[in-house]
Design a protein around this ligand. Sequence first.
Ligand SMILES: *[C@@H]1O[C@H](CO)[C@@H](O)[C@H](O)[C@H]1NC(C)=O
Ligand SMILES: *[C@@H]1O[C@H](CO)[C@@H](O)[C@H](O)[C@H]1NC(C)=O
Ligand SMILES: *[C@@H]1O[C@H](CO)[C@@H](O)[C@H](O)[C@H]1NC(C)=O
Ligand SMILES: *[C@@H]1O[C@H](CO)[C@@H](O)[C@H](O)[C@H]1NC(C)=O
Length: 334
Amino acid sequence: MISKSPPLCMYPAGWKLLAMLALVLVVMVWYSISREDSLYFSIPEKKEPCYQGEAERKASKLFGNSSRDQPIFLQLKDYFWVKTPSAYELPFGTKGSEDLLLRVLALTSYSIPESIQSLKCRRCVVVGNGHRLRNSSLGEAINKYDVVIRLNNAPVSGYEGDVGTKTTMRLFYPESAHFNPKVENNPDTLLVLVAFKAMDFHWIETILSDKKRVRKGFWKQPPLIWDANPKQIRILNPFFMEIAADKLLSLPMQQSRKKPTTGLLAITLALHLCDLVHIAGFGYPDAFNKKQTIHYYEQITLKSMAGSGHNVSQEALAIKRMLEIGAVKNLTYF
Ligand SMILES: *[C@@H]1O[C@H](CO)[C@@H](O)[C@H](O)[C@H]1NC(C)=O
Ligand SMILES: *[C@@H]1O[C@H](CO)[C@@H](O)[C@H](O)[C@H]1NC(C)=O
Ligand SMILES: *[C@@H]1O[C@H](CO)[C@@H](O)[C@H](O)[C@H]1NC(C)=O
Ligand SMILES: *[C@@H]1O[C@H](CO)[C@@H](O)[C@H](O)[C@H]1NC(C)=O
C-alpha cells in the first residue's frame, strides 16, 4: 500500500512555504516588468547591450571624426539651395551629375523613418550574401535587430530560416536590382540606390517618371519595368563610398575602376547610422578554393569577381581590422 500524504497546504508550515513562494514569484514578475526590454522572468531575453554612439566612436579610429554631420541620404535642398560642390565624380561624389541628380531627388524622398529616428539606441545587422549563411539558422536572430540591411538582389523567400525576413534597407544599383522589388522586401523597406555612374541616376529617373528607357551604358541589363514606390527610394550619399574607398581600402579617388563592394559600403553606412553593428554572411572562400560557391542563393564562384573592380582580399583585411577594434561583431565565422 502506498500511503498518500496530505497536500502541502494541510500543514501550517506548508502554508508558510507557499506564501514565501508566492512572494518570490511576485517579486520576480515585478522585477521583469520593471525592466523595459524583458517581459519574461524565467528566461530574460539575451539582447546585446547597446550604448549610444558606440559604433561611431569606435569607427572614428578608422574614419576620423569628419563624418559626424554627413547626411545618410541625399536631399534636394543640399543641392538646390546650398549647392554643395562635390570634389569627386561618381561613385565617390556627385561632381558633373548634379542636373540628373536634381531630377531624381525631386521624385524621391530622403527621410529616415520615424521608427528608426525614435530609437534611443540602434541595433543593426548587415546581412552579406555569403555562402556561410546556408544552414546557419540565423533568421530569427536577424529579425530581432532594429535595422536589417541587405544587399543587391539577395533573396529572402526560401531562405527565411537562415537569413530572416525583415529588411529595413536594401542597397542596390541598377544592374543588381531585383526585377520585382515587392517580392523580396517588406512594404516599408527603404530601397537605397548606390550610384556608380551618371546612368544610374538616369535609370531611376526613366523608371519613376516612365520616360523612354536607355539600354546602353550598363554592364548588365537592369530592369526596364520596376514597380517600386518612389516614397521608398533613397539616394545614398556618395560620401560613404568615398570614405570606404579612401579610409578602408586606400584607393585613389580618380581611378574609378577600383571600388568597394556594396557589402563594405553597407558596413561603412551602418557604422554611421547605428550604435551597434553586427555582420553576418561576410567573407569569401580562400582563393585556391575554386569550386566553392560564394553566395547563399546562387551557384557562382570567386571567378565571377575577377574584373569586377573589387579586391576581395583587401576587403577581407579591412573587415578583420573592424572586427579587431570591436567596431563590428560577426555572427557567422569570418
Ligand atoms: C574624435 O572625437 C573624439 C571626441 O569627440 C576624440 O576623443 C577623438 O580623439 C577624435 N578622433 C579623431 C581621430 O579625431
Ligand atoms: C544544409 O543542410 C541540408 C540538410 O541537412 C544538407 O543537405 C545540405 O548539404 C546543407 N548545406 C550546406 C551548404 O551545408
Ligand atoms: C588586392 O589587395 C591585396 C592586399 O592589399 C594586394 O596585395 C593585391 O595586390 C591587390 N590585388 C589587386 C589586383 O589589386
Ligand atoms: C568571428 O570571427 C572570429 C575570428 O575573426 C572567430 O574567432 C569567431 O568565432 C567568429 N564568431 C562567430 C560567432 O563565429
